[in-house]
Design a protein around this ligand. Sequence first.
Ligand SMILES: *Cc1c(COP(=O)(O)O)cnc(C)c1O
Length: 503
Amino acid sequence: MNLSPLLTNSTADEYARTVHAVVERIAGQVRDCDAPFSGTAREVLERKVTSVDLDGSPIGTDRALDEVDALFVQDAVWFHHPAYAAHLNCPVAIPAVAAEAVLAAVNTSVDTYDQSTVGTYMERHLIGWTARRIGFDGGAGVFTSGGTQSNLHALFLAREHALSVHGSGVLAAAERSTLQQRMLVLATEHSHFSVQKSALLLGLGEGAVICVPTDRDGRMDADALRLTLDVIERTGRIAMAVVATAGTTDRGCIDPLRGVADACDSARTWMHVDAAYGGGLLVSPTRRHLLDGIERAHSVTVDFHKSFFQPVSSSAILVREAADLARSGWHADYLNPDDADEPNQVDTSLQTTRRFDALKLWTTLRALGADRIGAMFDRVLDLTVQVHRIVEDAPDLHLLARTDLSTVLFRYQHGGMSDLEADRLVPVIRAAMLASGRALVAKTVVDGRPCLKLTLLNPDTTAEDVRGVLAIVRATGERGLDSLRSLDLAEDRALLASGAVAR
Ligand SMILES: *Cc1c(COP(=O)(O)O)cnc(C)c1O
């Protein structure tokens, strides 16, 4: 009598009823969403969550979903809201969200052919499309969970490549380890932290990531790179890889890809381009040239869940030479034996069981076409140009860096404020804005000083919307300044009263 909770032949109607109800509910939530966040305090959220007894009596699907709504959906952060301008999160394309529902229900795992059949070819076709957009004609690649994994995978391939070039064939553990201790990765101080983390995971030595100097906007200096590569060669170290970033996370700057490629070619070093952020330029109708030179990389990271308007997770690593990716393979008798004659995606991935995330981008491309996606990213970049101008023209806002993409690094500081006060206000403003939930911004550090950051990734956001966010920054800043000053005053008085400060 009890209906199975599993999605099977006999429960298809129940599945449809349940999921339709959820979709209706989310549609209502999105329709009525008037702020990117409810502003509910962290302690309240924590208490709401920990008060749920996971060993308590089961409440059934409908009530469990009511609870999810009350507990999670009401207090989630909405990246599609025009006042959301904090991190690299995009609003998502409807065809992709629909495809997400398909892949969740079908539950394909893209590991061996006998688990993913046609999905194997769809992922490969889409990878081939991306590779051609990069300019990798015989390229290969695979979808990953995100830029962090794509970067790790790329640097793993670079390490294996370096071992094959510098080692003596089949490597004993000791030789491997000795070679790895000589390996260096060249990046910049603005590269993503996953480069450092990957070096650690890959067993490279302490201090293996060298920061190449940059120009004043934070782009890698290709001449300095060349000099650094020379020194590495002369001192008997191994330049395992150079990581150029096409869109640094904070500044949105693109390293000079051609200059980096020239230096890498002369030193015969693996060039990786981390285009997690700037990958959207691959389909830009007006700005594709910003990625010129990317086709000379050995490997490229693209995050579709940033500039292609895809739901998390959706990323890929691409390589110019398909043979390089083969180093990711590992053969298991039960899964993908050496003599398998079927195309097994697991041979190309760091993961085994893996989501069919490719279906989301596939559906989006078929629904909208590449130009439309690129035009949406272009709109974001045009908006950013406008916003930079707005910030530059405002006497109480200070633009701190230029961008090639869509970040705005700035500080709130009017004439009556000291530098120290402006610095101290940065975390105060960010936290107070999160606490109100009306608009969300991020904070970071530029040239050693804290600053606020907007990351624009919503093509439907207007300059007026951003003016609204900036107005909230100002109002929040003024309130923050008042309380900073009164706190300081109170502290001074307390110190005076205690006699700790000589009068
Ligand atoms: C976001 C980002 C990453 C990390 O990607 P995830 O998808 O968050 O793992 C790597 N590199 C750059 C330049 C990024 O902006």
